[in-house]
Design a protein around this ligand. Structure first.
Ligand SMILES: [Zn+2]
Length: 311
């Protein structure tokens, strides 16, 4: 265990009682709250927002050059388009705040689709990338420390960032109270905790899967939400739930296997077709399971859309 790991209560219900699910080599514990079923890390790193602090700017820029030059598409291009189509279905508004926007590629796509965008990013180099390379209006810091004044937004998004928030519930309460326009919505997309738990069980019991595909990683995550616990946190925050669903898999690039480099652009169909096919079949099985049991252990990601309640 590192000296940065600390003991925390459940971020959804405040209980300190949990069933131990997994212990990482660095001492971080993943537990399941016995009160509300949230998977979270009662023992974890004290700075979850520091996930990308080690990234080197010049290397990052070099690896993304083909995307910046429009020679290839970012590997999340199709899933980003899916996020936008979901957002457009539930909102007519145009101002969008992307919380934890990373490099800013989704934020930029939203801008190119007519949204007036701004972002917040706690990693210094990713913030610099979003501002310098993509020309975005992105504030540096974590949500709690960034001065938004009394700005209100039609859309507030968290794509693969909400699970790093130690104070997720108070953050949503603040958003509902201070930062959503009258018809404003929140869109949150996270990895599916039930999928991680299923994979962890396979590894523990049957020794299937290992290495860089380790379940529940990276260990800096604060919580691993499911459709059930996303729904609970939305209801508890005072927001009104519009939908909670599992989303098509993200086609992670296969370049590392062939080049040794983490190149984040789309893989050609001839190299990635098996992976794409398997992921879609597994996602379909998960949808089927959810239809009958309201649990999904197969889909990799889940999202929720919620709106401000009419006052
Ligand atoms: Zn709990």
């Amino acid at each position: 265990m590192t000296d940065q790991t600390q003991k925390f209560a459940c971020p959804l219900c405040g209980s300190g009682s949990y069933e131990k699910i997994k212990v990482f080599d660095n001492g971080v514990i993943v537990g399941k709250c016995t009160e509300c079923n949230l998977f979270y890390t009662p023992l974890r790193d004290s700075k979850p927002e520091a996930l990308f602090n080690e990234n080197n700017y010049e290397i990052m820029r070099f690896l993304y050059l083909p995307v910046l030059n429009n020679q290839v598409r970012h590997f999340r291009y199709k899933i980003f388009r899916k996020y936008l189509s979901i957002i457009k279905k539930y909102s007519n508004g145009k101002s969008l705040l992307d919380v934890g926007c990373a490099h800013g590629f989704f934020t930029k796509m939203a801008q190119d689709n007519g949204f007036v965008v701004s972002g917040i990013e706690p990693s210094l180099n990713m913030h610099r990338f979003a501002v310098t390379e993509l020309g975005l209006d992105v504030k540096f810091g974590i949500f709690d420390n960034v001065d938004l004044n009394s700005a209100k937004f039609d859309v507030i998004t968290f794509t693969d960032s909400f699970e790093y928030f130690p104070e997720a519930l108070p953050t949503l309460v603040k958003i509902e109270k201070d930062h959503l326009s009258d018809s404003g919505i929140v869109f949150i997309k996270v990895p599916n905790g039930n999928y991680f738990n299923f994979r962890h069980s396979l590894k523990a019991k049957l020794k299937i899967g290992s290495g860089d595909a380790e379940a529940f990683s990276p260990s800096k995550r604060v919580a691993h939400y499911t459709a059930e616990t996303l729904k609970k946190i939305i209801e508890k925050s005072g927001l009104e739930l519009l939908t909670v669903k599992h989303i098509a898999p993200i086609d992670s690039p296969v370049w590392t296997k062939y080049t040794g480099l983490w190149l984040e652009f789309e893989s050609p169909f001839c190299l990635a077709w098996k992976q794409k096919l398997v992921r879609r079949i597994v996602h379909f099985v998960g949808q089927f399971e959810y239809f009958f049991t309201r649990k999904n252990h197969f889909s990799q990601s889940v999202y929720v859309v919620a709106k401000r309640k009419a006052k």
